[in-house]
Ligand binder design. Structure first.
Ligand code: DGL
Length: 273
């Protein structure tokens, strides 16, 4: 059986916020990151398109030998993961695994809320899929979930405008919309891996005392737990701390922006899918 690095995927840069936490929790493994920047954003795209793009990227990871791929993208997790797990994996390689970010988050999000009112901020695709309310209902039936799609937030972050005054307008707009649904919401989840870069601005517009939850650490701890329960996968993940980055668009552009998400300089190579 093949061995290889753990694959971490996102439509663009957002997954780097998750990779950073995964590496800090599990530094011993080798990792390979792919950003499908040439086709980002995924948020406004149809189910079929996101599924098709994500499947292509998963096949690429498998061709690199990855025994395990983490879709560090809510939109891909919402629109492609289930079909890949239930339909494609058996043909591609039934011994490999593809995991997402929605399940680990919905398993624990209810624990953050004292009054059981949780707000979800995500891309249009993630919100329209209703994945969060459906999954949270399974683990926390007493929690009321309110959703708000924030279509401008990924472009703001991807264009490095997330600290600008222009970002304030769109951040406030969607926070106000969310709170109009229920002003007592006490916990807000950033259900898009790009949004941690907007966290400071988002906090400015939320009432004091609101708990703002990012997914990076949650996903990292869940992966740690998964690997401890699945030695047959863990033993196929190579170790040594290796790390390589790939993008479907220009490596120069990727490297110029990726450091903001990853927290340290990044050097990538181009991949044609
Ligand atoms: N980072 C992706 C997510 O978590 C969204 C980015 C996009 O729209 O492509 O949903």
């Amino acid at each position: 059986m093949s061995t290889g690095p753990i694959g971490v995927f996102d439509s663009g840069y957002g997954g780097l916020t998750v990779l950073k936490e995964i590496r800090s929790a599990l530094p011993q493994f080798d990792y390979i990151y792919l950003g499908d920047n040439a086709r980002a954003p995924y948020g406004p795209r149809s189910f079929d398109t996101v599924y098709h793009y994500t499947l292509q990227c998963v096949k690429w990871f498998f061709a690199q030998g990855c025994p395990l791929v983490v879709l560090a993208c809510n939109t891909a997790s919402a629109k492609a993961l289930r079909t890949i797990q239930q339909k494609d994996l058996q043909h591609l390689d039934p011994t490999k695994r593809v995991l997402g970010v929605i399940r680990p988050t919905t398993e624990i999000i209810g624990n953050f809320s004292a009054n059981k009112r949780v707000g979800i901020l995500g891309t249009t695709g993630t919100i329209a899929s209703n994945s969060y309310p459906i999954e949270i209902e399974k683990f926390f039936p007493g929690v009321t979930v309110y959703q708000e799609a924030c279509p401008m937030w990924v472009p703001l972050v991807e264009n490095n405008e997330h600290r600008s005054a222009g970002a304030d307008f769109f951040v406030q707009k969607h926070i106000d919309e969310l709170l109009r649904k229920d002003e007592a919401i006490d916990t807000v989840l950033l259900a898009c891996t790009h949004y941690p870069l907007l966290a400071d601005k988002i906090r400015q517009f939320l009432p004091d005392g609101t708990t703002l939850v990012s997914q990076g650490e949650i996903v990292a701890h869940s992966l740690q737990d998964y690997l401890s329960r699945h030695p047959e996968i863990t033993e196929r993940c190579t170790t040594g701390g290796g790390l390589s980055f790939y993008t479907t668009d220009s490596p120069e552009d990727f490297d110029a922006k990726a450091g903001i998400f990853y927290g340290s300089p990044v050097q990538s190579a181009h991949v044609a899918l």
